[in-house]
Design a protein around this ligand. Structure first.
Ligand SMILES: [Zn+2]
Ligand SMILES: [Zn+2]
Ligand SMILES: [Zn+2]
Ligand SMILES: [Zn+2]
Length: 181
């Protein structure tokens, strides 16, 4: 649970065009006139009311439209999108992003399942060997090589080629051995 929060908190800054506001407390005496609550539509007779999104609210009426948690903490941030008022957690869950897929470079929405390899994240459907498109099953080995995912087969193939390229003398050696057989 804690982990999810940390991940989405970082994504927060990348979310463009967040509609939101900060809750502030207002004393009735200072404002003058009786305010109507934007949540329940009733008059606010309490001494203390909340102002958020240029509207007035009962302390109990300023709630997240998703999880119903109270947002009426003075100074707390709330988010709006498509006429919904949301707490930060739900906003990020619904509209935030996990990051960018290391394979296709597209944004991964926060609610989507992802695959992780070191610090990279991938769409589930993008998590395949980038050489032969082999899809991995649970328990399959994969390798991260030059920031590309490789299956075991392609990884070993690459290793062999890399060794040959960097070591031409041993290649010649193999050849001469083969000739003598
Ligand atoms: Zn109300
Ligand atoms: Zn919520
Ligand atoms: Zn992708
Ligand atoms: Zn492969």
């Amino acid at each position: 649970m804690l982990n999810t929060n940390e991940n989405t908190a970082a994504a927060d800054e990348r979310v463009g065009g967040v509609g939101g506001g900060v809750v502030s407390g207002v004393g009735v005496g200072g404002v003058g006139g009786v305010k109507e609550c934007a949540g329940c539509g009733k008059r606010i007779t309490e001494r203390f009311l909340l102002k958020a999104l240029e509207l007035y609210w009962h302390e109990d009426c300023l709630k997240c439209g998703c999880c119903d948690c109270r947002l009426g903490e003075v100074g707390s941030t709330l988010y709006t999108k498509a006429n919904l008022i949301l707490c930060k957690r739900d906003y990020l869950r619904l509209f935030g992003t996990t990051g960018y897929c290391a394979a296709c470079s597209k944004v991964i929405p926060a609610f989507e399942m992802v695959m992780r390899a070191k610090s990279n994240v991938y769409h589930l459907e993008c998590f395949a060997c980038q050489q032969c498109n082999h899809r991995f099953c649970v328990g399959d080995r994969f390798y991260l090589c030059d920031n590309k995912i490789l299956c075991e087969y392609d990884y070993e193939e690459r290793l062999v080629f890399a060794n040959m390229a960097y070591n031409p003398t041993s290649l010649a050696h193999i050849r001469s051995q083969q000739e003598t057989i």
